[in-house]
Ligand binder design. Structure first.
Ligand code: IPM
Ligand code: MG
Length: 352
């Protein structure tokens, strides 16, 4: 089969990790007889530099018209001016909204060989296999009013945490559906003791829990969830939460896996065009050095094969190759080794 993939390498280490993930995909293509047509576009800071916009209409249209999108990372100190009218991150948010990818799947697994690399005690990490489902197109990131003004002589800034019932329902439905294929447990994370939006979130989760009685539904306040992720992560399976809580909790959860560089993500919506990206950022401090960990991006391509193209065997072949590579001791600097981005990807390719 023929698949059209738009590449958005972005800024910082983005181009390095995306470049290696493409080489892995090419290997999969030749092994399984598929054709991946890659088209590369600018998004983020690099797009501001060239076009004056972090995401142009043309680039968004090209993404919408392709079968899936692979993104590296966006942002960096160059575009950090708080007064700038556009920022790399705005492009990413506009892309998520434009593609309608409301569900961000962030699987967190701990490779046994990396247990000693995590700051947590090994016994806490045993059996950790969590799927965080982060709502991606609502909440504080997108709510209005949003902005700054001067009120009563004081400078003021406002963000709005807004959720509609349908936004909560569709992400909960996905959480229950995915839980059915896993341990039949959903942990819904909110702040219902304080936030009105969380009370609606919990009300809908509870209603849907009654329609999915085979699933054990647990409600956890976000502050407690942050603690439990560290003290008892093996108790969690499917975790579903609003946009910003999910952003924060998944950075925390990446510590379990040993490094941010290890974790992939898939962003899905009603259409089959998915957006795939590692959860890490553009890491300007190591950009251009060729030492970034490509695993998060390579595992994101496995999620692409699984979710957008329904190529389960191919997806598993990548995941198994990564697993074997780590088992065999191949390591980039973030997980205690010396391999370059290219060498790490080569080790994975070799095992495909
Ligand atoms: C992430 C990132 C983004 C987010 C930033 C870069 C806008 O932190 O994907 O987790 O907050 O969603
Ligand atoms: Mg984040």
């Amino acid at each position: 089969m023929d698949y059209k993939i738009t590449l958005l390498p972005g800024d910082g280490i983005g181009p390095e990790v995306v470049g290696e993930a493409v080489r892995v995909l090419e290997k999969v293509a030749s092994k399984y007889n598929h054709t991946f047509d890659f088209q590369e576009r600018l998004m983020g800071g690099c797009s501001i530099d060239k076009y004056g916009s972090s995401l142009t209409d043309e680039t968004l249209a090209d993404c919408v018209a392709s079968d899936s999108v692979l993104l590296g990372a966006v942002g960096g100190p160059k575009w950090d001016d708080p007064k700038a009218k556009d920022r790399p991150e705005r492009g990413l948010l506009a892309l998520r909204k434009g593609l309608g990818v409301f569900a961000n799947l962030r699987p967190v697994k701990v490779h046994p060989a990396l247990v000693e690399w995590s700051p947590l005690k090994p016994e806490k990490l045993k059996g950790v296999d969590i799927l965080v489902i982060r709502e991606l197109t609502g909440g504080l990131y997108f709510g209005f009013p949003k902005g700054r003004d001067v009120k009563d002589g004081r400078e003021r800034a406002v963000d709005t945490l807004e959720y509609y019932d349908y936004e909560i329902k569709r992400i909960m439905k996905l959480a229950f559906d995915l839980a059915k294929r896993r341990k039949k447990k959903v942990t819904s994370v909110d702040k219902a003791n304080v936030l009105e939006s969380s009370r609606l979130w919990r009300q809908i989760a509870t209603q849907m829990g009654k329609e999915n009685l085979e699933i054990e539904l647990e409600h956890t306040l976000v502050d407690t969830a942050a603690m439990k992720l560290i003290t008892g992560p093996a108790w969690m399976d499917v975790v579903v939460t609003e946009n910003m809580f999910g952003d924060i909790l998944t950075d925390e959860a990446s510590v379990l896996a040993g490094s941010m560089g290890m974790l992939p993500s898939a962003s899905l919506g009603e259409s089959s065009v998915g957006l795939y990206e590692p959860i890490h950022g553009s890491a300007p401090d190591i950009a251009g050095k060729g030492i970034a960990n490509p695993v998060g991006t390579i595992l994101s391509t496995a999620l692409m094969l699984r979710h957008s193209f329904k190529l389960e065997a191919e997806a598993q072949s990548i995941e198994k190759a990564v697993e074997q590579t780590i088992t065999d001791g191949a390591r980039t600097a973030d997980i205690g080794g010396k391999l370059s981005t290219r060498q790490m990807a080569d080790e994975i390719s070799k095992r495909l």
